[in-house]
Design a protein around this ligand. Structure first.
Ligand code: BGC
Length: 261
């Protein structure tokens, strides 16, 4: 438990499923007021609201497209209206799909960049604008990926978006540190969430993925949520501008394990 998180208002984008859902529930356990943003999974989002409340927090649900300026501004107003302010903003909404790069339709490229990168920009901008205007030492957390560092064939749009998120975070961290606003990234590896469901249901593909994880297993969403609450709390008060990889060691060149190379 992080007692300083109690009653804090946290906005989480893409919180109806996966990592967003796990973070919402964990912030609920920390007795936060959680704004659950979703794009298309209304029923799931309402279920998450109940889960947050059962965990001990308060929650409110709102639809919105993170790549649309108006929707993101609306998220800020909704947080203020529901819970009287804003303290923590988590840009979690993200999408991916696999297409050989030489065949990647512009439409797919734009969709992924808009959600993963433009969405993180708009969310960060609106949250920071609120923090600056209200003199709040707020906290922004972006959901990056091991693929801000590891190239990923057939996911060029996704990897490019996460590379962008890395420098977005670092730049904002530097720019707003004088105001006590912290901006950090979480870089998850392969985690058991709906985005990976199909891949992980195939035993061979699952084995392939596991072989790239030094700790030897696919991560649990709760293991990412644990990182998020730490980064949001004052326990990490001296941490800004980093990517905290929570990847079971995936970024540490697992092919070299056991003295190979
Ligand atoms: C992707 C997952 C993938 C993992 C490791 C994440 O960013 O969302 O689909 O399994 O990276 O490659």
């Amino acid at each position: 438990m992080y007692t300083d998180l109690q009653e804090k208002v946290v906005v989480i984008t893409g919180a109806s499923t996966g990592l967003g859902r796990a973070m919402a529930i964990r912030f609920g356990k920390e007795k936060c007021n959680v704004i659950i943003n979703y794009y298309s999974h209304n029923e799931e989002a309402l279920k998450v609201k109940m889960e947050v409340e059962n965990a001990g927090g308060k929650a409110a649900v709102i639809q919105g497209d993170v790549s649309k300026e108006e929707d993101v501004k609306n998220l800020v107003s909704f947080a203020i209206e529901q819970f009287g302010g804003l303290d923590i903003w988590i840009n979690n909404a993200g999408i991916e799909n696999s297409v050989p790069s030489h065949k990647l339709p512009l439409e797919d490229w734009e969709k992924v960049i808009k959600t993963n990168l433009t969405g993180a920009f708009l969310g960060s901008r609106e949250a920071i604008n609120y923090f600056v205007e209200n003199n709040i030492k707020g906290n922004v957390i972006n959901m990056s990926s091991v693929h801000e560092q590891i190239p990923w064939p057939t996911f060029v749009h996704y990897a490019a978006s996460k590379g962008g998120v890395k420098l977005l975070t670092e730049t904002l961290a530097l720019e707003y540190a004088p105001k006590g606003i912290r901006v950090n990234n979480i870089g998850p590896g392969a985690i058991n969430t709906p985005i990976n469901e199909e891949k992980l249901a195939d035993p061979q593909k699952r084995k392939d993925v596991e072989s790239m994880i030094p700790l030897g297993y696919i991560g649990k969403p709760e293991e990412i949520a644990a990182v998020a609450v730490w980064l949001a709390s004052t326990e990490s008060s001296y941490v800004t501008g980093i990517t905290l990889f929570a990847d079971g060691g995936m970024t540490k060149y697992p092919a070299f394990q056991a003295g190979r190379g």
